[in-house]
Design a protein around this ligand. Structure first.
Ligand code: GLA
Length: 419
């Protein structure tokens, strides 16, 4: 059967039924978090600029965050990634290098715009790009960040693999130490763990004080990598996300130029379904209208930022027009296969939202257009539901039993549905 002929039958729908109520409840979280009550939104320098980032560019990005409408759409954090560090002074205080002559003044500039400033370090002696890390200077660095007015820290394991070791408990301890040291500053600083999903970080990241944790290795600006991280490697992690503590499938590549607008819409939609942090990774100073329309889609952002704080999950998968059992491939199977691109053609994901609403993503991973259908009973809702198309920005009307759409190759139809 050609993908274009794909039509899910009622029988296969029944086979794949996976009601909302049968889902494992999200875990209660350990701290009374006030930070990151919804997934952090902002920008990070790494995906576009890598080492070519400096204070002047960061100021211009902050300007563009406001003038482009990104701030009004909810983006807040301006995060400096790797390569800002120099060495330490005689007292061991971390110094910024020549690219960042005055971090405190930079933070003040960013704050004046109503935005927040983030920074980056490592529990090891060196960062991934071989700049100074926080090893044995954790409290001193946390104090320096607080003094500068920093609001967010991404803490990247890297060289700690050689000093502390790629060993579970010492790794956990190194993250807990920085979390405690940040807390001791009494400045609210979002704490982002970056150790690529090692030792099931989602099981302990929250309890040691993390607000978000990377679940995978690095994203890049390709369909295969983005799709693999988003569709394959987040499976089974949804019970671990919630207000104050989020799974992080890595930063956005939208607008960096190597995917199509259709693929970027899929990237944005999937990250919203995943309750993922939305950290733009492009040059905000030079955005096309199409890029802005993707990043600033308020309907999709509202899904990402939904107050219920539940992460979404797939309810159906198809290969060659045939339904696959959604539970046959366990998250561990998927995670251990570093195979690019996944094996499915189409996937239907849902995310439970506040006020008994649901986001439904009809995702087409194949390169040909395909008809994808969903029946409301597949996620435990019956009868007639109203649907809004979140990319067309249009209420579609009321639909009895379900909805079908022809979805372009690598594309998505993203709906919000309600009774
Ligand atoms: C690692 C991280 C990236 C980025 C770079 C910087 O690869 O996963 O997100 O921070 O280091 O060197």
């Amino acid at each position: 059967m050609k993908p274009s002929q794909l039509l899910m039958t009622a029988a296969s729908a029944l086979l794949l039924t996976f009601p909302l109520c049968a889902r494992k409840a999200p875990r209660a979280h350990a701290k009374s978090a006030t930070l990151a009550q919804t997934p952090p939104m902002g920008w990070n320098s790494w995906n576009h600029f890598a080492g070519k980032i400096d204070a002047k560019t960061v100021r211009e990005i902050a300007d563009a965050m406001v003038s482009s409408g990104m701030k009004a759409a909810g983006y807040t954090y301006i995060n400096i990634d790797d390569t800002w560090e120099a060495g330490r002074d005689a007292q061991g205080n971390i110094q910024a290098n020549d690219k960042f002559p005055n971090m405190k003044a930079l933070a003040a500039y960013v704050h004046k715009k109503g935005l927040k400033l983030g920074i980056y370090s490592s529990p090891g002696p060196q960062t991934c790009a071989k700049y100074e890390g926080s090893y044995q200077h954790e409290q001193q660095d946390a104090d320096t960040y607080a003094k500068w007015g920093i609001d967010y820290l991404k803490y990247d394991y890297c060289s700690a693999g050689k000093t502390i070791g790629w060993v579970k408990q010492p790794m956990i301890d190194s993250y807990k130490k920085m979390a405690d040291d940040l807390k001791a500053t009494h400045r609210p600083i979002v704490f982002s763990l970056c150790q690529y999903g090692g030792f099931n970080v989602w099981q302990w990241g929250d309890s040691i004080g993390g607000n978000l944790w990377r679940t995978t290795g690095d994203i890049n600006d390709t369909w295969n990598r983005m799709a693999h991280l988003g569709f394959d490697l987040q499976l089974g992690l949804d019970p671990y996300a919630g207000p104050g503590h989020w799974n992080d499938p890595d930063m956005l590549e939208i607008g960096n130029g190597h995917m199509t607008d259709t693929e970027y819409r899929t990237h944005m939609s999937l990250w919203a379904i995943l309750a993922a942090p939305l950290l733009a990774g492009n040059d905000l100073r030079h955005m096309s209208k199409a890029t802005m329309a993707v990043l600033e889609n308020r309907d999709v952002i509202a899904v990402d930022q939904d107050a219920l704080g539940r992460e979404g999950y797939p309810i159906a998968r198809y290969k060659d027009g045939q339904p696959l059992n959604v539970d046959v491939v366990t998250p561990l199977d998927r995670r251990s296969k570093e195979k690019v691109g996944g094996g499915d053609d189409q996937e239907v994901w849902i995310r439970p939202l506040a006020h008994n609403q649901v986001a439904v993503g009809l995702f087409n991973r194949s390169s040909e257009p395909a008809k994808i259908s969903v029946e409301w009973k597949q996620f435990g809702m019956g009868g007639t539901l109203h649907a809004r198309d979140l990319w067309a920005h249009k209420n579609l009307g009321a639909f009895k039993d379900g909805y079908s759409a022809t979805v372009p190759g690598h594309g998505v139809v993203l709906l919000r549905v309600w009774k």
